[in-house]
Ligand binder design. Structure first.
Ligand code: FES
Length: 668
C-alpha cells in the first residue's frame, strides 16, 4: 500500500502514513494537538483542519486539497446541521490521505490553545484541561453475555479512547443506568485527569464548565468559564455572610473560640454562599449545575480553613499553624457544593499561617517567579499580604495593617460604596479641598455635582479617599512629615478646626460632616507603616534596597492612585510606570488553575520554594516601622517620586507639644 507524507503546522510534526489514514489518526499518532469529543464520528466538529495549497520546498512536498479524500456524507451532514466549515476546511476525522499534504491546525481545534486576554501585560493563559469530555457508544446489555452497564461503559472508554477509568463514586454510578438509556447507549463521559469519571451525560455534550471562586473575608466572587474556550461566561459576587460573625478575620476566629461549634456555623454560611453563587453564574450562562465539572477556590488561610470545615483557632495567634497548606482536591459534595455528581474542587496552596491561597493566586496570576525584575506584590486588607522577589527567589510575609484602609475605625470612614469620597485634592495656597464621590465623575467644585451627589449623598470617605486625603494634606502642608495637623493654619483657613487637644481638617461641611481627625491620620500612619516595614524586611532578607516593579492586588489596590500611595509611603519608591494594579489577581489565579492543570503543579512548586518571613519575630520590624510612620518615610528618599511630585518644605511640630492644642513649639 502506498504511503503519503503529512506535515502539521504550526508544530512542524510530520510522518508518512498509509493511504486512507484520516488526518485525525495521523495527528494522534504524531502527538499533534487536535481536539475531538466525538472520537471521530463527525459530529463534534472539534477536529477541523485547514489544507494548505501549493509546493512546500522545505518539506519536499506539494500539498493540495485533492490529496485528501473527497468531501463525504458525514461532513455534509455536519455542515447541514452546524453550518458550512469555511474555505479549505475539513473535518480531520473524515478527510483521509490520498496524497501528500500540509495541514494547518487552527487554534480552535487545539486542546492546549491560548486564551485571549485583553491586556498585553497580563499573563497569557494556555489551556490544559483537567476534565475532558469523551463521547462513547456503549454496548447494550445482552442476556447471553451478562455484564454490568459500568463494565461495558469502561470497555467502551478503553476501546474508543484508550482510557482506563477508575471506579467512580456512588453518586456517579447512580446516574449511570438512566443516562445510558436516555442517550440510547450514546453518552458523553467527563473524565478528570484521564481516570476519574465525574459526570455522564446522555448523547453528545460538547462543552463543560468550571467555576473559579475567590473567597474574601468581605466579599466572595465567582466566575464561570467554558473549559473548552477558556472564556469567562458570567461572574457574580456577594457579601461574605460570615460578616455577621465578625467584621474582620480575627473577630471571626474569636467567635469560634468563644462559641464552641461556631466554626461549623461559619462553614455552613460560606458553603451556602458559594452554592448560591454557582446557582447565579450557571443561570446566567444558561446551563445546569451538573455541567460544572470542576471548581477552584482561593482565600486567605482563615477563609480557606472555614470553607474546608477546618477549625481556624490555631490561626488566631503565633505560630499561626495551618492544618493544611498544600494544594488540595476535595469532592465538591463533601464541601456542600452541588455541581456534577463526581466533581472536585481544587484549593490552591496556602503560603503560610497568614499568607493564604489568595496570595498564591496572585503569584500565579502575576508570575513574579518567571520575571527578572524584583517585583513587589501587595494585597492590602486588614492584613497586608506581601510577596517580593523574582525568578531567583521569592519571599513572603504579612503585616497587620488594621482595618483603616477599608474605611473602618475612621471618624468619617466607610466602605467603598456610592456616595463615598474616593478622590481628594487640596489647593496648597487656599487649603480648599475638592473631591469626587463614587457614583459621579464630577469634582465637587464642578457644575452639576450637587445634583449628582443628591442621588447618593456624600456619606463618608473610603480607603482610596483617605489615602489621597492624607497625602494631599501632606503635600499642601496641612500635616507635617510626622503626620501632625498644623493648628497654626487656623489663621489661614476655616478648614482647620480644634478638636480637644488636637486639630481636624474639614473636608466636607454637609450632613454628615466629613473630617479628617488627628486620630484618623494616626490610624492610617500605623497601617501604612506596618505595610512598609513588612516590605523593608523582605528587601533586607532579599539583600536589595529597591524594587523594580510593584503590583497592587485586590479591590483596594485597583482603586487607589499609586502616586498617592507612594506619597503616603504605603509602598516603596519605584518608577511610577512600573507600578500598577492587578485588580482581582487572586481570582485570576483561581481561573488559571481552573483552566490549566500544569498551573496547579507550578503554583504548588513555587509556593513550596517561597521563603516565609514572620514579621512578629523580626527585631528590625520595629525600627522600620518607626521610620515608616513619617510621610513618606523618615530615612528612605523617594527619588522616583520626587521627579513627579513637589514635596512641601520641611515643617516639624514637636511630638511633645502635639496634643496641647495651640500651645505648641515649632522646629525647623
Ligand atoms: S472528531 Fe468529532 S467531528 Fe471529527
Amino acid at each position: 500500500m502506498s504511503t503519503h507524507r503529512i506535515v502539521f503546522a504550526p508544530s512542524g510534526k510530520r510522518g508518512d502514513f498509509a493511504e486512507g489514514t484520516s488526518v485525525l489518526e495521523a495527528a494522534r499518532s504524531l502527538g499533534v494537538d487536535v481536539d475531538s469529543v466525538c472520537g471521530g464520528r463527525g459530529i463534534c466538529g472539534r477536529c477541523q483542519i485547514l489544507v494548505a495549497e501549493g509546493d512546500f520546498a522545505k518539506h519536499g512536498i506539494s500539498s493540495s486539497e485533492s490529496h485528501l479524500t473527497e468531501w463525504n456524507q458525514v461532513e455534509e451532514r455536519y455542515a447541514s446541521k452546524r453550518g458550512a466549515l469555511g474555505a479549505h476546511r475539513r473535518l480531520g476525522c473524515q478527510a483521509k490521505l490520498c496524497g501528500d499534504v500540509v495541514i494547518d491546525v487552527p487554534p480552535e481545534s487545539q486542546v492546549h490553545r491560548q486564551v485571549v486576554r485583553k491586556s498585553a501585560d497580563t499573563r497569557q493563559i494556555s489551556l490544559e484541561p483537567v476534565v475532558r469530555l469523551h463521547f462513547i457508544e456503549v454496548a447494550e446489555p445482552n442476556i447471553d453475555e451478562p455484564s454490568s452497564d459500568f463494565t461495558r461503559l469502561c470497555e467502551a472508554l478503553k476501546a474508543q479512547w484508550a482510557i482506563d477509568a477508575s471506579m467512580p463514586d456512588l453518586r456517579v454510578l447512580n446516574t449511570l443506568q438512566k443516562t445510558l438509556r436516555a442517550g440510547e447507549w450514546k453518552v458523553t463521559v467527563a473524565v478528570r485527569k484521564g481516570r476519574d469519571i465525574v459526570g455522564i451525560y446522555p448523547g453528545l455534550v460538547e462543552t463543560s464548565y468550571g467555576v473559579a471562586v475567590d473567597v474574601g473575608s468581605t466579599t466572595i466572587a465567582a466566575h464561570i468559564s467554558d473549559l473548552y474556550t477558556g472564556e469567562t461566561l458570567a461572574s457574580a459576587g456577594l457579601m461574605n455572610p460570615q460578616i455577621r460573625f465578625g467584621e474582620d478575620l480575627m473577630s471571626r476566629v474569636s467567635y469560634v473560640m468563644m462559641n464552641p461549634g461556631g466554626e461549623n456555623e461559619m462553614t455552613d454560611a460560606v458553603r451556602a454562599a458559594l452554592n448560591d453563587l454557582v446557582g447565579e453564574v450557571v443561570k446566567e450562562a444558561k446551563i445546569t449545575r451538573e455541567r460544572v465539572v470542576e471548581m477552584t477556590v482561593v482565600g486567605n488561610p482563615i477563609m480557606h480553613h472555614l470553607f474546608l470545615g477546618l477549625d481556624p483557632t490555631e490561626l488566631g495567634g503565633a505560630p499561626f499553624a495551618l492544618t493544611l497548606d498544600k494544594g488540595q482536591d476535595v469532592k465538591a459534595r463533601e464541601v456542600g457544593l452541588t455541581i456534577a455528581p463526581g466533581a472536585y474542587v481544587y484549593l490552591l496552596p496556602c503560603i503560610a499561617g497568614h499568607v493564604g491561597a489568595d496570595t498564591a493566586g496572585v503569584v500565579l496570576s502575576e508570575a513574579p517567579h518567571m520575571n527578572d525584575d524584583v517585583t513587589l506584590l501587595v494585597d492590602v486588607g486588614t492584613n497586608a499580604e506581601i510577596v517580593l522577589g523574582n525568578k531567583k527567589r521569592l519571599l513572603a510575609c504579612s503585616s497587620p495593617t488594621g482595618p483603616a484602609f477599608e474605611g473602618a475605625q475612621l471618624s468619617s470612614g466607610q466602605r467603598a460604596a456610592p456616595g463615598a469620597i474616593e478622590r481628594v485634592r487640596i489647593d496648597p495656597q487656599t487649603l480648599e479641598p475638592k473631591f469626587k464621590i463614587i457614583g459621579s465623575n464630577l469634582w465637587s467644585n464642578e457644575d452639576g455635582f450637587t445634583e449628582e451627589a443628591a442621588k447618593t449623598g456624600v456619606n463618608g470617605i473610603c480607603g482610596s479617599g483617605i489615602i489621597e486625603a492624607i497625602a494631599e494634606m501632606y503635600l499642601a502642608g496641612v500635616i507635617t512629615q510626622d503626620g501632625v495637623i498644623d493648628g497654626d493654619l487656623q489663621a489661614r483657613t476655616s478648614r482647620i478646626l480644634p478638636e480637644g487637644r488636637t486639630f481636624t481638617y474639614l473636608l466636607h461641611d454637609g450632613e454628615p460632616r466629613i473630617t479628617i481627625t488627628q486620630a484618623d491620620v494616626r490610624a492610617i500612619q500605623l497601617g501604612k507603616a506596618a505595610l512598609y516595614a513588612g516590605v523593608k524586611l523582605l528587601l533586607d532578607h532579599y539583600g536589595v534596597d529597591h524594587v523594580e516593579r510593584i503590583t497592587l492586588a485586590g479591590a483596594f489596590g485597583s482603586h487607589i492612585d499609586v502616586k498617592y500611595a507612594m506619597v503616603l509611603g504605603l509602598i516603596p519608591d519605584c518608577n511610577l510606570e512600573k507600578v500598577g494594579s492587578a485588580g482581582n489577581a487572586a481570582g485570576t489565579g483561581a481561573r488559571i488553575a481552573l483552566l490549566n492543570l500544569n498551573a496547579r503543579d507550578e503554583i504548588e512548586k513555587t509556593v513550596g520554594k517561597i521563603e516565609k518571613i514572620e514579621t512578629a519575630m523580626e527585631p528590625k520590624f520595629q525600627t522600620h516601622f518607626v521610620s515608616a510612620m513619617a510621610i513618606p518615610n523618615k530615612v528612605d528618599y523617594f527619588e522616583n517620586l520626587a521627579k513627579v511630585v513637589t514635596f512641601p518644605p520641611k515643617k516639624e511640630i514637636t511630638q511633645a507639644a502635639e496634643g496641647e492644642g495651640g500651645r505648641r513649639r515649632r522646629r525647623g
